[in-house]
Design a protein around this ligand. Structure first.
Ligand SMILES: Cc1cc2nc3c(=O)[nH]c(=O)nc-3n(C[C@H](O)[C@H](O)[C@H](O)COP(=O)(O)OP(=O)(O)OC[C@H]3O[C@@H](n4cnc5c(N)ncnc54)[C@H](O)[C@@H]3O)c2cc1C
Length: 319
């Protein structure tokens, strides 16, 4: 199918993009980044905006920067570029692993981290990792720069906390207590059951755990592909915190994965019903926690790059 007619403007900077969004604010104006979410929607007739503001050429928004206490990823960083960052793998392992598992090579070469988060598809991989990482999303609009906690960003049905005229510019992934502590005691992982055609998550689970003196002092677990919007699994987290970092604790915590998750309201399609997704959730929570704990305790190496460079990066089933 051909997309409908639309106006097209290309922004050379974030400021110019914000100005263009303001200029067309009385029309249905949309941002275009990597195009791998929006263009399929245009072609399928699901979207018919009047004007596209193309931000894909703003190179200032392509970076992975490791700073004090956080790794910052520019919104226009492609998945392929993001997963080449060793700092992202060592300091935000769950997020790096989620990004490495998006789609296929074509999608990863063109799609952007910011576009994925802004699109807020319930079956996308990075949102759960952003939640488990307690990421901060940075937006810029006519009123300046705003920071939004990941916990408040995803609204369900593809909606986000972004306001009209705003552009997502960065996602910040906090490290636990600086890089040294993180390397010693924090582990992260993302595992998924992959849709065999599209690559989206039928079930995706991100886990970030901190282990001190053999006990889990902090556990953050989030799911995508099952609930809309993706969410943290509080019963799993509270069941694990304070417990020994061992298989029994993981089993008990994973058994609580479906608590409060309504199969009737779960994401459902022709390939996998909501009931199925909820049924296999606890298995994936267990795998994510096992991998994250092994990485935290040093029983397994934390990957330093994407799967094609590091066999240890493959924490879940692959197609
Ligand atoms: C065949 C196929 C398989 C896929 N498989 C997966 C998968 O396995 N896992 C997964 O997570 N995703 C998957 N995707 C989705 C894809 O990764 C994302 O939808 C896409 O990368 C979004 O990023 P983009 O840069 O292409 O955004 P675009 O397509 O350009 O934009 C997507 C939406 O986000 C908005 N937007 C983009 N950037 C910004 C910004 N900086 N600020 C504000 N709004 C913005 C746009 O206006 C638009 O509404 C798949 C897509 C396809 C086509």
């Amino acid at each position: 199918m051909f997309p409908p007619q639309f106006g097209y403007r290309r922004a050379g900077s974030v400021a110019e993009a914000v100005d263009l969004l303001a200029e067309f604010s009385d029309r249905d104006v949309r941002v275009l980044a990597g195009g791998h979410g929006l263009l399929p929607d245009l072609k399928a007739g699901r979207e018919a905006p009047d004007v596209l503001v193309d931000i894909g050429g703003i190179d200032d928004l392509r970076y992975v920067e490791a700073g004090d206490g956080a790794v910052a990823v520019g919104a226009l960083t492609t998945y392929a570029d993001a997963v080449e960052s060793e700092a992202l793998w060592s300091r935000a392992t769950a997020f790096a692993e989620a990004v490495s598992r998006v789609g296929d090579v074509q999608i990863r070469n063109r799609g952007t981290v910011g576009g994925n988060l802004a699109q807020a598809d319930p079956s996308a991989d990075p949102p759960a990792a952003a939640l488990a990482s307690e990421a901060t999303l940075v937006a810029r609009g006519p009123d300046g720069v705003r920071e939004v906690d990941a916990a408040k960003f995803f609204a369900g049905g593809g909606g986000t906390a972004l306001r009209d005229g705003e552009i997502l510019t960065e996602v910040r992934l906090p490290t636990a207590d600086g890089a040294e502590k993180r390397e010693a005691a924090v582990g992260g992982a993302y595992v998924k059951k992959t849709h065999p055609a599209s690559g989206y998550a039928l079930v995706g689970v991100a886990a970030v755990v901190t282990v001190e003196d053999g006990r889990v002092t902090d556990a953050r677990v989030a799911v995508d592909g099952v609930t809309d919007p993706p969410r943290r699994l509080a019963p799993v987290e509270s069941a694990l915190e304070g417990e020994s970092a061992d298989a029994d604790s993981v089993d008990s915590a994973a058994d609580r994965a479906a608590e409060g998750v309504d199969p009737e309201a779960a994401v459902s399609d022709a390939y996998a019903s909501g009931a199925y997704r909820v049924e296999v959730l606890s298995v994936h929570v267990r795998r994510a926690l096992e991998t994250a704990l092994d990485r935290a305790t040093g029983a397994a190496a934390t990957p330093t790059g994407p799967p094609h460079r590091s066999a240890a990066a493959d924490g879940g089933d692959r197609r």
